[in-house]
Design a protein around this ligand. Structure first.
Ligand code: B16
Ligand code: MG
Length: 217
C-alpha cells in the first residue's frame, strides 16, 4: 500500500504560532495578567476554547460561558487581522519542495489541523491546491490529543491508518497521531515531542524516500 501524508498546519507548514501567541497575550494582558512562552508551548495544537480555559486558569480568572465566547471571539478577531496579511513568504522552509515532491510521486495528502481558520491561511499562503482532503477545527468535535482529526483525514484519503504519516509540531498533536496508530514526524524543538518516530527542525530535513521508509523500515 502507498503511504498517505497528513500535515498539521500551524508550526508545520506555516509559522502562525507567533500570531496565536501575540493575540492570546494581548487578551491576557487586557484581563490584567501575562503568561510565559513556555506556557504558550502547551497551547500548540489545542483548540480555541480549550486554549482560553487554560489561559484563564493561569491568570486565576473565572468567566461565565457567555463571557468566554466573547473573549474567544475577540482573540480571533485580532488573530484573523494578523493572518489576513500573510503571504507565501511565511511558508516554512522546505515545505513547498516537499509538498511538490510528494505530489509528483502521487502521494495522497491531507491537512489535519485544529484551526477554524485553516482555509484563510491556506488561501493566503497558496498551499490549498496540494491537499486532497482538509480536516480542521470546523469538522471535528474533539481537540487533539484526541485522534479524531487524523482518523477523519485518513478516512477521506481512503487510507489505512498503518499507511499514514503525520507531521506535527505540538505535543498534543504527536499524542493524537500515536493514538490514531500512525507514524509521526515531529517538527521543531525536539525536547517537547516525546514519542515521535523521527524529529526534524523543519520539512527541508526529510525526503519522500525517508518518509516511505518510516512505514517500511
Ligand atoms: P483557531 P494546528 C492549532 O492549529 C494551533 O496550533 C493552536 O494554537 C490553535 O489554538 C488552534 O489551532 C485553533 O486555532 O483559533 O484558528 O481555530 O497546529 O492544529 O494546525
Ligand atoms: Mg501545530
Amino acid at each position: 500500500q502507498p503511504i498517505a501524508c497528513i500535515f498539521d498546519l500551524d508550526g508545520v507548514l506555516v509559522d502562525t504560532a507567533v500570531y496565536h501567541y501575540q493575540a492570546w497575550k494581548q487578551l491576557a494582558n487586557s484581563l490584567g495578567f501575562d503568561f510565559t512562552e513556555l506556557q504558550n508551548e502547551q497551547l500548540k495544537g489545542v483548540n480555541r476554547m480549550r486554549s482560553l480555559d487554560m489561559i484563564l486558569q493561569w491568570g486565576g480568572v473565572e468567566k461565565s460561558k457567555e463571557e468566554k465566547e466573547l473573549l474567544a471571539a475577540k482573540k480571533n478577531e485580532w488573530y484573523v487581522a494578523m493572518i489576513s496579511k500573510m503571504t507565501v513568504k511565511e511558508v516554512l522552509p522546505g515545505t513547498l519542495e516537499l509538498l511538490k515532491a510528494l505530489k509528483i510521486q502521487g502521494v495522497k495528502m491531507a491537512l489535519g489541523s485544529a484551526s477554524k481558520n485553516s482555509s484563510l491561511i491556506l488561501e493566503r499562503t497558496e498551499l490549498a491546491g496540494f491537499f486532497d482532503a482538509i480536516v480542521d477545527g470546523n469538522s471535528v468535535t474533539s481537540s487533539k490529543p484526541d485522534p479524531e482529526v487524523f482518523l477523519k483525514a485518513a478516512e477521506l484519503l481512503v487510507a489505512a491508518k498503518e499507511d499514514c504519516v503525520v507531521f506535527e509540531d505540538a505535543a498534543a498533536g504527536v499524542e493524537a497521531a500515536i493514538a490514531a496508530g500512525m507514524k509521526v514526524v515531529g517538527i521543531g524543538n525536539s525536547t517537547h515531542l516525546p514519542g515521535a518516530d523521527v524529529l526534524i527542525k523543519d520539512l527541508s530535513e526529510i525526503t519522500v524516500r525517508e518518509i516511505e521508509e518510516l512505514k517500511n523500515p
